[in-house]
Design a protein around this ligand. Structure first.
Ligand code: PEP
Ligand code: MG
Length: 569
């Protein structure tokens, strides 16, 4: 059976089918509203205590980042709007608390599920989790104790963060669910626990029974129920190979990355969340190639202060102990809304008021961030990068503003790195085509393929309907990438890439052959990229690049790479 592999690894074991307790909620009318509200209040209190308990447990057992979902759960469970909707129903309709919770839960879930955004859609699992916990407390029921299970693969319709927090990870081999998605909190938690997880396997809770044997391949998203001995043999071998491969990858930690013919390459991390930096260090990244600072500005109702930003940048730079930290200035707008900025509703947000355009318009915001970055530059190896540059005037204006900010800091007697390096994201076709001219003004380039692809191919990067046209293998994109690298090198600057294409296993050899100096990516891909690069020769790839650039379609490119390169290592 096929699903989507969201946490890698292969396991073979016995099944435990966890049917979420059918919460039969019945509607009835009450005579005493006050008594019902009291009942609701004590169930809410119990729920909040439970969430506190799970939070502490998760913090100890899994990690800080993973435990934060329960802070969010607590906020939702005590959200005044959520609670007053439930209370309002009880008061207006004289109905029992369970029915009121069920109706409010169903309304929220229905709204979230109808939104065309994976992240928000998957938040419906969090609402279900909290509401069901509240219902269990109202009904006085207890869920199955996952902590008491013996080594098994848990098969269930949906997996909530609370389920994972309760289990003893030593006793669980992996998970298969009917629902769920890549960005759900559960998949993030299971990746950290390194337990294989396949989601979206249709009707698996109906076909699997307790005690059945199952193979779960989280790499390929495949599940085999009651496999033949031949299949068990094949997958046992795959499992061994995968485990050996992981061991091999771990051995790369602490070593420089050089191609087979001795060319040194930098593999750095992209970070967004505060704890990402610890992961980049754990997976031995050569620094941070892209620090997306938007998060500092999101989930709040006013701009972050200079001091707040300074502290965050300083701590992050210090953790890297001299390795570079490339901080990108605010890249708001497009799909990243900041409600308190009152950004205009636009027909084409990705072509509108976003990124550097906002910063050059709102100099107050820009200068505050630059001051914070410059101040932090006294404490580590910080470089600055600017998003969505589309012309040389922007770069010249930015440089003048930086000089102004530096002057001001000098006057105030504040120390900073006066030779701080500045770079630009090359992510618009205009910047790519004019990269020869832009290269004379900056110290480095980082190619943002996520945007470069959408602008070059005129395909909205978040629109499912046209996603079949969005491809990093499109020859037009690859030709631009080559042009950017060549132009950068001609002007004597280094060129990196921080878009998703930098961690594409098929493209890495091609990018190496094109001369890319730095590959920046999510921490989870760092070791694998180090391994790929150490197993290929740059000079061999150079000759293949010429052939690739002559091809006509993304499919031809993909096939050519598969045939010529991927099988070579
Ligand atoms: C990019 O556009 O490739 C990039 C790295 O930036 P973001 O995904 O944040 O737009
Ligand atoms: Mg971008």
């Amino acid at each position: 059976m096929e699903g989507i592999g969201v946490s890698p690894g292969i396991i073979i074991g016995k099944v435990f089918v966890k049917k979420n307790i059918e919460l039969k909620v019945e509607k009835y009318y009450i005579s005493q509203v006050i008594t019902e509200l009291d009942r609701l209040n004590s169930a809410i209190e119990k729920t909040l205590n439970e969430i506190d308990h799970i939070y502490i447990n998760t913090l100890k057992k899994i990690g800080k980042k993973e435990s934060e979902v329960f802070i969010a759960h607590k906020m939702m469970a005590e959200d005044p709007e959520f609670i007053s909707m439930i209370k309002g129903k009880i008061e207006r309709e004289s109905i029992n608390a369970e029915w009121a919770v069920k109706e409010v839960r169903d309304d929220f879930v229905q709204i979230l599920k109808s939104i065309d955004n994976d992240y928000l859609r998957e938040r419906s699992a969090d609402i279900l989790d909290i509401s069901n916990r509240l219902l269990m407390n109202l009904l006085g029921k207890k869920n199955i104790e996952l902590s008491k299970l013996e080594k098994c693969i848990i098969v269930t319709d949906d997996l909530t963060p609370s389920d994972i927090a309760h289990l003893d990870s030593k006793n669980v081999l992996g998970f298969v669910t009917e629902n769920g998605g890549k960005t759900s909190h559960s998949s993030i938690m299971l990746k950290t626990l390194e337990l294989p997880y396949v989601v979206g396997v249709k009707d698996i809770t109906l076909s699997a029974k307790n005690g059945d044997t199952m193979i779960v391949d989280g790499n390929e998203g495949i599940v085999i129920l009651n496999p033949t001995s031949e299949q068990i043999e094949i997958y046992s071998k795959k499992k061994r190979q995968f485990e050996q491969f992981i061991l091999k990858l771990n051995k790369l930690k602490g070593k420089e990355t050089t191609s087979k013919d001795g060319v040194k390459i930098k593999i750095t991390g992209n970070i967004t969340f505060p704890n990402d930096i610890d992961k980049v260090i754990e997976y031995d990244g050569d620094g941070v190639g892209l620090y997306r600072t938007e998060l500092l500005y999101m989930d709040r109702d006013k701009l972050p202060t200079e001091e707040e930003q300074f502290q965050t940048y300083k701590v992050t730079a210090e953790k890297l102990q001299g390795k570079p930290l490339i901080i990108r200035t605010l890249d708001a707008g497009g799909d990243k809304d900041l409600s308190y900025l009152d950004l205009p509703k636009e027909m084409n947000p990705f072509l509108g008021y976003r990124a550097i355009r906002i910063c050059l318009d709102r100099r107050d915001i820009f200068k505050t961030q630059l001051r914070a970055i410059l101040r932090a530059s006294a404490f580590g190896n910080i470089k600055i990068i600017f998003p969505m540059i589309s012309n040389i005037e922007e770069v010249l204006t930015i440089k003048a503003i930086i000089e102004e900010v530096k002057e001001q800091l000098k006057v105030e007697g504040i120390t900073f790195n006066k030779d701080i390096e500045i770079g630009i994201m090359v992510e618009t076709p205009a910047a790519a085509i004019q990269s020869d001219i832009l290269a004379r003004e900056v110290d480095f380039f980082s190619i943002g393929t996520n945007d470069l692809i959408q602008y070059t191919l005129a395909v909205d990067r978040g629109n499912q309907k046209v996603s079949y046209l969005y491809s990093q293998y499109h020859p037009a994109v690859l030709r631009l990438v080559k042009l950017i690298i060549d132009n950068g090198h001609k002007e004597g600057i280094w060129v990196g890439m921080c878009g998703e294409a930098a961690r594409d296993e098929k493209l890495i050899p091609i990018l190496l052959g094109m001369g890319l100096d730095e590959f920046s990516m999510s921490f989870s891909s760092i070791l694998k990229t180090k391994w790929i690069i150490s197993n290929i020769s740059k000079s061999k790839m150079e000759s293949i690049v010429g052939e690739v650039l002559k091809l006509s379609t993304p499919l031809e490119v993909k096939k050519y790479i598969e045939e010529k390169i991927t099988t070579n290592y």
